[in-house]
Design a protein around this ligand. Structure first.
Ligand code: ADP
Ligand code: MG
Length: 292
């Protein structure tokens, strides 16, 4: 049975906005050695804004945005919300047919009879549609194509959460020896965020299932190195349930998180502040001192 004092620790965590689903997870937080962070919505705000729209020769940029907004009409991805907002007019869901969302890639839909794609370079490559080179800097790009032809690119950007850097720093001070960021986003975008926040390692361009494999690899490497503390994965929940389940401690962001993620998580950070993970470690350690 769980020692009574664990309930005290769980209560203290919950007053700090951290829901811990059992004394064993509080204990694991106290022994935290490795933190694997998801990028979008976890270390970054998960609220994108459109910074530019560029169209192919002979194509109207307004039309690129209109087609993309309609293709994204039914998507819950934060990129979709940014595209619809930049379009600025109500989307006519009546002209959208055969909608499909392809995880880690983007969306496909039939709009006014044309097959429209909106998503990353991987999506267009999978459909055999060549994308002209362009300097997108450290922006995430949504390419738009119709009936097999590239029509243009929409650059979107997200920002780090104000406490993300502190979260990484506090955990390092508490003795967490490795912090890795995983992302389905482009390498340049992920590297820029990772560098600014002081992470030890960044792995980008990952499909949801590749995030599970990455956590398994990071876990195996640290065991080989003789590090026996606990590994946490922290995610916002969109497609993250399998990764949350794989970690010693799966941590979900509560406000943005999906029901599936909150269910799959061992710990839920109610206000989405990544620095609360360090608070959880401190509460876990105080509880451990009392219990042991
Ligand atoms: P992460 O949460 O790590 O950013 P996702 O798996 O949600 O990763 O998405 C990975 C990438 O797939 C995004 O950066 C984007 O390029 C593309 N993508 C996914 N969903 C959409 C969408 N609805 N519209 C456009 N692009 C998308
Ligand atoms: Mg995600």
């Amino acid at each position: 049975s769980v020692p009574l004092t664990y309930f005290g620790g769980i209560g203290a965590a919950s007053r700090a906005g951290i829901l811990v689903k059992g004394g064993n997870y509080l204990d694991a937080l106290a022994r935290l050695d490795t933190v694997v962070w998801d990028k979008t919505g976890t270390l970054t705000q998960g609220r994108f804004t459109v910074s530019s729209v560029a169209a192919a020769d002979g194509v109207d940029a307004g039309d690129v945005l209109r087609l993309a907004a309609h293709a994204e009409a039914h998507s819950a991805h934060p990129i979709a919300a940014a595209v619809r907002e930049a379009y600025g007019r109500p989307v006519d869901a009546g002209i959208v047919d055969d909608y499909a969302e392809i995880a880690g890639h983007g969306v496909r839909a039939r709009i006014d009879g044309r097959v429209v794609l909106a998503g990353n370079a991987r999506l267009l490559a999978a459909e055999g549609i060549p994308v002209p080179p362009g300097d997108d800097g450290a922006s995430t790009v949504v390419h738009v194509a119709a009936d097999g032809a590239w029509l243009g690119r929409i650059a979107v950007a997200d920002q780090a959460k104000p406490t993300a850097g502190q979260a990484v720093e506090r955990l390092r001070t508490l003795g967490v020896s490795r912090q890795v960021m995983l992302s389905g986003d482009d390498h340049r975008v992920a590297e820029a965020v990772g560098r600014s926040l002081g992470l030890d390692e960044v792995r980008a361009n990952l499909l949801p299932e590749e995030k599970v494999a990455a956590v398994e690899e990071i876990d195996a490497a640290r065991r080989t190195a003789g590090r026996t503390g606990a590994l946490a994965f922290v995610g916002d929940g969109i497609n993250d349930a399998p990764v949350l389940a794989r970690a010693d401690v799966g941590v979900a962001m509560g406000a943005l998180g999906t029901d599936a993620a909150i269910e799959a998580a061992d710990v839920v950070i109610m206000d989405d502040d990544p620095a609360k993970l360090a608070t959880g470690v401190s509460v876990g350690r105080r509880t451990r001192q009392i219990v042991h």
